[in-house]
Design a protein around this ligand. Structure first.
Ligand code: GLC
Length: 534
């Protein structure tokens, strides 16, 4: 078998640069800040850092509205700072993955300013313009993810332009060959600088149906839900022609050695396969962000995914990101350790979200301090993403060691206890668990490459309902077998299995290492155990 690539046996860690570390005291994180914390990521044992956007931007969507794809916003530093960060990371054997935002630019990007200047401008067609429907309405019924119509009227040129997100984020027209060419050059710019790969933003939206037909109503929509779900995005997302665009991106990336393409694709598992086939190495699998935190349901998700993937398609798992409520809030603090063990023992590449390793929780943001445009556009529905974007809690010092100024979002109240310094020296902390899991995973090929097989509690002797409380599976490879048993309940559960004899190599409370295990393993409330089978 071919040697696994770094992005197969490694672990990704997402940094949201605004909230990682502020190097210059303005309250916003920056690239020098990240550089100053590299030692921590090295100590933790992650393989690659994915940086959310740091490009010049009016910050209408905090950097996901790019006004220049080949530079660094002064808020985050300079290209020299980026080069220094990349070089320092590589010296520590840490890879750097950057965000690539093909679906839309900022409305302040020179391309859009040109396109908007007149209907005759040669770059007009770089964006998607349409005449109004009879009566002056938008050309079709498409909705913006961030609320309202996906069309914005342009007074000067008397046409609408399309924006899948904010009106400050006009969608590029990927049917135009010049757009492809220019966006291909963006990839080359960063590849030439030495980045190890891209996380491609909003990938499924990059191509829309040419005829721009109305999206059909969603029969399952219930009032009170996110209004975006009123329609099914049949013609505005996940179109067949997208596969060819992905092939184009992948061919450019393949001109360079050993780089990775990761796709942000919020689609059901069977649809991810098309993205693998088109050339995305890792189409993000977001199932753990969505499904109920119940063993039977999660087992079903794992089985479905494992069943869909071919031998060449590499799985991946995500527990958190900058767009969703944090794991410790979603599943509760008691289950945060079980979640960590699950993420880091499943087959496939895990992605960690900054701060989850110390158990950071969503921070309630007072209305006057709300930053996220989504919350501002569609208020009061819990759609805002500020709660999961608060500053990293480094220490119990002033402003959690994040900034000498005033942080752009408020810090969590609990940062005096929940911080890196406090947990780094505590042999039982969540952070220590993450580090131990990462170390074990790195040293045991069975845990990154090994086959996955579900394990049920054995026979009638097992107490009723164990499989509703416990998720268990083996990972087998390179002459080793691990049994992972995760208790999702707050009860003591005896778990009987037929996997034979072994010893505990890690437990979520970090207090059972070395314990011998035979047919029955007794799990404490919310406990997870990794057994090495003899
Ligand atoms: C992606 C990003 C999100 C951003 C949106 C528009 O979903 O993860 O943060 O707002 O794209 O670029």
């Amino acid at each position: 078998m071919e040697q696994p690539r770094w992005w197969q046996h490694g672990v990704l860690y997402q940094i949201y640069p605004r909230s990682c570390m502020d190097g210059d005291g303005d309250g916003v994180g920056d690239l020098r800040g990240v550089l100053s914390r590299l030692e921590y990521y090295h100590w933790l044992g992650v393989t690659a850092l994915w940086l959310s956007p740091f490009y010049p931007s009016p910050m209408a969507d905090f950097g996901y509205d790019v006004s220049n794809y080949t530079d660094v916003d002064p808020l985050f530093g300079t290209l020299d700072d980026f080069d220094a960060l990349l070089a320092a990371a590589h010296r520590l054997n840490i890879k750097i993955v950057v965000d690539y935002i093909p679906n839309h630019t900022s409305d302040q990007h020179p391309w859009f300013l040109a396109a908007r200047s007149s209907r005759q401008h040669p770059q007009r067609d770089w964006y998607i313009w349409r005449d109004p429907a009879p009566g002056g309405d938008p050309p079709n019924n498409w909705l913006s993810v961030f609320g309202g119509s996906a069309w914005q009227w342009d007074e000067r040129t008397s046409q609408y332009f399309l924006h899948s997100f904010l009106k400050e984020q006009p969608d590029l027209n990927w049917r135009n060959p010049d757009v492809r060419q220019a966006m291909g050059e963006v990839l080359r710019f960063w590849l030439d600088r030495g980045v190890d790969g891209f996380r491609v933003d909003a990938l499924a939206r990059v191509i829309k149906e040419a005829a721009l037909r109305d999206d059909p109503p969603n029969p399952a929509y219930t009032p009170g839900q996110d209004p975006y779900y009123q329609l099914l995005p049949t013609y505005s997302r996940d179109l067949p022609e997208l596969q060819e665009v992905i092939g184009f991106l992948r061919r450019i990336v393949d001109e360079y050695d050993d780089r990775v393409v990761i796709g942000e694709v919020y689609l059901p598992l069977p649809r991810l396969i098309a993205y693998y086939e088109a050339g995305v190495h890792l189409p993000f699998n977001f199932q753990l962000l969505k499904v109920a935190w119940q063993p039977l349901i999660i087992r079903q998700v794992i089985d479905t995914y494992e069943g869909l993937l071919s031998a060449q398609q590499w799985p991946n798992w995500v527990l958190g990101n900058h767009d969703v409520s944090r794991i410790a809030t979603r599943v509760g603090q008691d289950q945060a350790r079980v979640a960590a063990m699950l993420l880091l023992t499943l087959r496939g590449t895990p992605t960690l979200y900054y701060g989850d390793e110390i158990g950071m929780r969503d921070v309630a943001i007072p209305p006057a301090l709300v930053q996220d445009p989504w919350e501002k556009n569609v208020p009061g529905r819990g759609l805002g993403r500020d709660p999961e974007r608060t500053p990293m809690q480094w220490s119990a010092e002033r402003q959690a060691g994040f900034t000498s100024g005033t942080p752009w979002l408020p810090l969590a109240d609990d940062f005096m206890e929940v911080n890196v310094v406090a947990q780094r020296h505590d042999p039982r902390s969540l952070l220590t668990l993450y580090r131990r899991l990462l170390k074990l995973r790195a040293s045991a090929p069975a845990l990154h490459n090994g086959a996955y097989a579900p394990v049920g509690s054995t026979g009638a002797a097992g107490p009723a309902g164990v499989d509703e409380q416990v998720l268990a599976y083996t990972r087998t490879g390179s002459g080793n077998q691990f049994l992972i048993v995760l208790n999702f309940s707050a009860a003591l559960v005896p778990f009987m299995h037929a996997k034979g004899h072994g010893h505990i190599c890690l437990s979520t409370e970090l207090d059972r290492e070395g314990e011998e295990v035979t047919g029955t393993l007794t799990l404490r409330a919310n406990e997870g155990i990794i057994v090495q089978i003899a």
